[in-house]
Design a protein. Structure first.
Ligand code: ZN
Length: 446
């Protein structure tokens, strides 16, 4: 009893002390106002370019967009009158905490997670995020294979203002039938649990609920499932069950799909998005268009150094994308670029993927829509982040050329703004303003 009293007294004095020492809130400085003079302003939704536009950014958000706006006193003026200004790009499928490479793991990602710790991968994810942002990707959907929640750590670090990076929509650990995408030995699977943390085994409905809740608890913003990585694929009923469980927390579900039967089940269940195209034939495309299922086809180009794609495989990829377009499937730009290509940043590797869209004959305006507008929609940010319009977060990039005339202009993006802060200007990254020492948005946020 005495001990309790003493503890209570200590507790009280601690409370009193913290109250007495609570500093007065420092006066917030008025938000920085930035005026961007855009020589050309590209609107991907309309597929048009307007000349001589002004964008006024206040703090983190866009205040006004138009011609002949007056510059508020004290505003910082950024002259992009020679560039094409446009909203940021989206990669709807990547893995920023995974970089497999020829050495030491012969480009086999099964080995990457044995050799690279989650801590190391999280730091690499931070670097990859910076590389993506430097190429104009302001949103990345990070779809699993990130060790023990390195994807959540990356998102938190960016949201806390510790490092610059794209807005991350992360999936946590991929949920699948026993084994995920791995083929472990019984010893490694049963004695060493080697499938985890790259995959969460969920074979029964109880396990599905637990797996989804674990991901949500540890910071997932979307749920990723392996629909048919194994012969014991999820049925349409099981996928429906998973979608309903994820929806309780407002999360959508993306399915890794590699067979036609898997695609049929996923589409029938009403899945949000399908990753990869090997299971998508014309019939599936028609069903996806009918149901409004997003396609994250992850179309790999030919000729990436160290990542050979056969001409036959490439032809199939191009034909499938073309077929999806012709059947009016909702398309996103997605790369799955989770490997190192010598001489290129992660962002530069991703931009190589526009070649597939060019070869598929997709009109430039529609590819740009996939890379922006559709990317915001599949990410669920379309009401807050993406479009260059009043009230939206100021994520703004600028290309030297005009991407609406030539998509390759996206490979030369000398200006990037994220959340109203200039990240890159005149081709030089100037991220100092992004780094904050503490948890500026509250440490309890996960
Ligand atoms: Zn992937």
């Amino acid at each position: 009893m005495r001990r309790v009293l003493i503890l209570a007294a200590v507790g009280l004095s601690f409370v009193a002390a913290t109250h007495a020492q609570a500093p007065a809130q420092p006066a917030q400085p008025p938000p920085q106002v930035t005026v961007i003079r855009a020589g050309r302003l590209l609107d991907p939704e309309a597929g048009t370019v307007r000349t001589n536009q002004t964008i006024i950014v206040e703090g983190t958000r866009i205040r006004e967009v138009g011609a002949n706006l007056t510059t508020p006193p004290g505003a910082q003026v950024i002259d992009l009158s020679k560039l094409t200004v446009m909203p940021g790009l989206v990669d709807a499928h990547n893995h920023l905490a995974l970089t497999y490479k020829p050495e030491p793991e012969s480009n086999v990602y099964y080995f990457t997670y044995v050799q690279d710790s989650t801590a190391l991968r999280a730091i690499q994810a931070a670097s990859n995020g910076i590389q993506m942002l430097a190429s104009g990707f302001t949103i990345v959907r990070d779809m699993g294979n990130n060790g023990n929640y390195a994807d959540t750590a990356l998102r938190q670090a960016i949201e806390q203002g510790w490092i610059p990076g794209p807005t991350i929509i992360n999936s946590g650990i991929i949920i699948g039938g026993m084994g995920g995408q791995f083929y472990p030995t019984p010893e490694m699977a049963k004695d060493h649990n080697i499938v985890y943390p790259e995959y969460l085994d969920a074979d029964t409905r109880d396990e599905m609920v637990k797996a989804i809740r674990q991901n949500i608890l540890f910071g997932a913003r979307v749920i990723k499932i392996c629909v048919d990585c194994k012969p014991y694929a999820y049925t349409a009923d099981e996928i429906r069950f998973i979608i309903a469980e994820a929806a309780k927390a407002g999360l959508k579900v993306e399915g890794h799909v590699q067979t036609v039967n898997g695609a049929r089940s996923a589409i029938e269940a009403g899945i949000w998005s399908i990753a990869h195209s090997s299971g998508l034939n014309e019939e599936m495309h028609k069903l996806m268009a009918q149901k409004g299922v997003w396609r994250a086809g992850t179309e790999t180009p030919m000729g990436l150094a160290g990542h050979p794609v056969t001409p036959q495989a490439y032809q199939r990829t191009v034909a499938s994308l073309k077929n999806a377009y012709e059947n009016k499937v909702p398309l996103t730009f997605s790369t799955d670029a989770d490997y190192w290509v010598a001489g290129k940043t992660r962002g530069e590797v991703c931009l190589e993927f526009i070649k597939v869209w060019q070869d598929a004959g997709i009109p430039i305006a529609d590819t740009l829509r996939a890379m922006t507008i559709n990317g915001y929609k599949v990410s669920g940010t379309e009401k807050t982040r993406g479009p260059i319009a009043a009230g939206f977060f100021a994520d703004i990039i600028a290309a030297t050329g005009n991407p609406l005339e030539n998509l390759d202009a996206l490979k030369d993006v000398p200006f990037v703004m994220k959340n109203g802060l200039v990240f890159k200007k005149d081709g030089v990254m100037t991220p100092a303003a992004f780094f904050n020492g503490g948890p500026v948005n509250g440490w309890r946020i996960r």
